[in-house]
Design a protein around this ligand. Structure first.
Ligand SMILES: Nc1ncnc2c1ncn2[C@@H]1O[C@H](COP(=O)(O)OP(=O)(O)OP(=O)(O)O)[C@@H](O)[C@H]1O
Length: 828
């Protein structure tokens, strides 16, 4: 036994205990594999053989080793260093263990846990043969437990001297075995937790490794791209280099060619010139010879003939010389030109040489670039290869993990798909339900809308009736007064209007009194207070009131036009008293406000099943003649005539304009204003001496669900700005006087007509005497509503005219029917 134990030298290094990774021994052989030695055993063995013999002797009855002085123990680390290399190689040391990667450890654990043949199996068999704990499964610190078991065994051997059998061990520790097992289970649990943690870490590592793999793949792709780009660049550079070389070669050949040609040309030229010069010189010499001969002959003959010939010859000679001189100069010039040419050619050659040099430099630079690029490509290729290598390594490492992760991913995808399908099904179910709810809600809304609409229609009808009653109570001819504010209240002398507050509404004025004076008959020239003149109307607008206040008061009349009534609103008063200001667009008066109201009413009533059409015309009565204010004023306008028959206003040869929206009406009013203004300028403020009438015909039809017309309404609204009512003044000229008389007549006839109507006459009232009344006939008949605004000036200087206007208004009001308030008070 001891011999065997000695063969299995323990490492002496606590194995698994030194690392957090569970370790399993792979070098335990058979049942004896558990015979690792305790420190004391080891110490015993490290003694010399004599000591061993002594120990052997102990078995034979020698005193117990306890009385033997124990040699001093070496520290474990030292002991570890003493073990033979074979032993440490067969079992991983803690250093070896640390140098393993986590993945490797994981793999080894994984294999062990799965019960693959290997270390675990061996361990298990070892355990089963020693302490019967064969069913131990899962990760656990087996070497530790094994150490402990060995230790127990060794201790029991030492203490009792009993042979160490497995049975013996079980018998000895029956009680402690349970706790030991529990302890083991506890440790196993701990180890299991550790392995679990380790698995979690491995999963994280796997995710990181996957990411790294992706990155490396991307990097490899980009490196590949770079390599391709560089290769393409290199190919381009090589092409360019080849081109440059070709060019340089061609240039060289060109230069050499040119040089050769030039040299030849120069040589030829020089030879040619040389030849010519030689010929000339020869010729010259020949001539000279001839001259000499002739000289000689002359001398010989000495005759006059000879003299003259000599002279001729000398002339010829001179000519020849000068010709020769010219030729020489020409030749010199040619030579000079040739030199220049030569110079130029040399310069060109130098340029070409320079270019060639540069081309060579470029070539060198290109070559350097190419070399650099080749090096870069090599470097990159190397890096790419390294990266590929790393990648393939990593791929190898990560393959397994990726596979399991892919499986997980697949199962997750399947789950997601099924969840999506569930979600879709739920969604369509929801949508169906929502649609059902929507349909039901819409149905209810439709029903309630119909109910509300019916109620609204009934309410509208009630309102219509009540409104009619109120209007009837107010009377058919109503009069309101407006006092214009003074332009300069500080310095203007003003009429003292004493207001009378309404009994029905204390914030409103419904009457004014104007103090009067009369001469004291006892003392002529002395003025004493007379009886104040009192005027009561439906409403008096003082100088603080605005056009809005005015319209608020009369808007119900406009409303009754929508209800099918014929309404006539006119402004009466002296020139400058504020008629146009109250009525027109300029002061944001009744006309623009009426426009707004009519078209918003058209929209409102549309919702109650009414369809309205609005037609309009803008007319002017000047000198008792009717004109269309919308007709162009470029040529003299033709007067129109009113058709005296029929309930509606019809003007011969004139048609009303269909106004589809408020903008059309606004446009029409603008045109009329412009035309009136043009006429006023051309004809000395004609606007003050003409009546302008805006006529709006408003037709409403109501249809039932079958499209049949069940109700119709025909309303007409006349908005009239009358001419100034002051007494004709002869001093202002014949024309103005004539116009004044005409205006007065038409206004007083209007009063007569109003008076007749007020007395309840419906027949026999003559409207035809004046164009104004003829025009207003359809709006002044039975059931029509008329509102007269009397505009007055606040200035003392206009007091008489103001009082006259107020009296006219009072008279008009006196004849009103069915009214109350003002008329009754005036009668008192
Ligand atoms: N309530 C008012 N507030 C402020 N200014 C007013 C008022 N009424 C009239 N005016 C001003 O008085 C001047 C004369 O008014 P407007 O032209 O309306 O008189 P009119 O009676 O129409 O005269 P005509 O008979 O000549 O047409 C205008 O400059 C106008 O702006």
């Amino acid at each position: 036994m001891e011999g065997e134990s000695l063969q299995h030298k323990p490492t002496g290094i606590p194995k698994a205990a030194s690392t957090r990774i569970p370790q399993f021994s792979s070098s335990v052989s058979g049942a004896n594999g558990l015979h690792e030695m305790t420190n004391s055993q080891s110490n015993v063995r490290s003694q010399p053989m004599s000591s061993i013999s002594a120990m052997n002797g102990l078995k034979r009855g020698v005193p117990t080793p306890a009385i033997q002085p124990e040699p001093k123990r070496k520290p474990l680390s030292e002991q570890a260093g003493e073990f033979p290399a074979k032993s440490t190689a067969s079992q991983p040391t803690s250093r070896n263990v640390r140098s393993m990667t986590l993945k490797d450890i994981g793999r080894s654990n994984h294999t062990s846990i799965n019960g693959a043949p290997g270390s675990r199996h061996t361990s298990n068999s070892s355990y089963s043969s020693t302490n019967g704990f064969a069913y131990s499964v899962g990760p656990c610190n087996r070497p530790a437990s094994r150490q402990r078991i060995s230790h127990n065994r060794a201790r029991s051997t030492t203490r009792t001297g009993r042979p160490a059998t497995s049975m013996g061990t079980r018998e000895e520790g029956n009680g402690s075995n349970v706790s030991e097992i529990e302890e083991k289970i506890g440790k196993m649990d701990t180890e299991f937790q550790k392995v679990k943690e380790f698995m979690t870490m491995t999963e994280k590592d796997s995710a990181i490794a996957k990411e790294e793999l992706e990155m490396l793949k991307k990097r490899a792709v980009s490196l590949e791209d770079q390599r391709n780009n560089l290769q393409a660049e290199r190919a381009q550079l090589l092409d360019r280099l080849a081109d440059a070389e070709r060019q340089a070669r061609n240039l060289n050949i060109d230069i050499q060619d040119q040089q050769r040609r030039h040299d030849k040309y120069c040589e030829e030229l020089i030879a040619d010139h040389q030849k010519k010069i030689t010929a000339k010189v020869d010729d010259y010499e020949h001539q000279m010879d001839k001259v000499a001969k002739l000289q000689q002959e002359f001398e010989e003959k000495c005759g006059a003939e000879a003299e003259s010939r000599l002279e001729n010859l000398s002339h010829e000679n001179k000519d020849l010389r000068s010709a020769l001189e010219r030729q020489r100069r020409d030749h010199e010039h040619d030579v000079h030109l040739l030199h220049d040419d030569l110079e130029r050619q040399s310069r060109r050659i130098r340029d070409m040489e320079e270019k060639l040099r540069k081309a060579e430099e470029d070539q060198r630079a290109l070559q350097t670039d190419i070399d650099d690029n080749v090096n870069t490509i090599k470097r990159l290729r190397k890096r790419a290869e390294d990266a590929e290598e790393r990648l393939s390594k990593d791929q190898g490492h990560l393959g397994g993990q990726i596979k399991s992760l892919s499986q997980l991913l697949d199962s997750s995808s399947t789950r997601i798909q099924s969840l999506e399908q569930e979600h879709k099904a739920t969604q369509s179910d929801y949508q169906r339900k929502i649609q059902e709810v929507e349909v039901a809600a819409q149905k209810r809304i439709d029903e309630e809308t119909k109910l509300l609409r019916d109620r609204l229609i009934k309410e509208e009808e009630r309102r219509h009736k009540l409104f009619e009653q109120v209007q009837e109570l107010k009377g058919n001819i109503r009069v309101m007064c407006r006092i214009k504010p003074p332009a300069d209240p500080e310095s203007d002398a003003l009429i003292r209007f004493n207001p009378r507050m309404s009994e029905l509404d204390e914030e409103k004025i419904d009457g004014v009194s104007i103090p009067t004076e009369r001469e004291d008959f006892r003392e002529p020239g002395k003025m004493i207070p007379g009886k104040p003149k009192e005027f009561n109307f439906e409403r008096v607008f003082d100088d603080h009131c605005t056009n809005k206040d005015v319209f608020d008061e009369i808007s119900q009349l406009v409303q009754s036009v929508m209800d099918g009534k014929k309404v006539c609103i006119f402004c009466y008063g002296q020139t400058g008293s504020g008629k146009t200001f109250t009525m027109s667009r300029k002061g944001d008066g009744i006309i623009p406000r009426t426009q707004d109201m009519i078209f918003s009413e058209v929209d409102r009533l549309k919702a109650l099943g009414w369809e309205y059409t609005v037609e309009g015309s803008y007319l002017e009565v000047y000198q008792d003649k009717l004109y269309d204010l919308l007709a162009s004023r470029n040529s003299k306008p033709e007067p129109l005539s009113v058709d005296p028959i029929g309930e509606d206003l019809n003007i011969k040869g004139h048609s009303f304009i269909l106004l589809q929206e408020e903008r059309d009406l606004d446009e029409m009013v603008r045109t009329a204003d412009n035309n009136r203004h043009t006429a006023a300028t051309a004809m000395n403020d004609r606007s003050s001496r003409s009546h302008s009438i805006l006529v709006l015909k408003i037709r409403g039809t109501k249809t039932n669900e079958d499209g049949e017309i069940v109700k119709t309404r025909k309303g007409t609204l006349n908005l009239i700005d009358l001419a100034g009512s002051e007494s004709p003044d002869k001093a202002r000229g014949d024309q103005i006087y004539k116009e004044g008389v005409e205006i007065n007549s038409s206004l007083s006839y209007l009063r007569t007509v109003l008076s007749s109507l007020g007395q309840g006459k419906t027949e026999g009232v003559d409207f035809r005497s004046y164009t104004l009344t003829q025009l207003l006939r359809p709006s002044l008949g039975k059931g029509c509503r008329t509102l007269m605004f009397v505009m007055v000036s606040p200035l003392k200087e206009n007091e008489n005219e103001t009082i006259r206007s107020l009296e006219f208004a009072r008279d008009a009001q006196k004849v009103k029917m069915g009214g109350n308030g003002g008329a009754a008070k005036n009668r008192k």
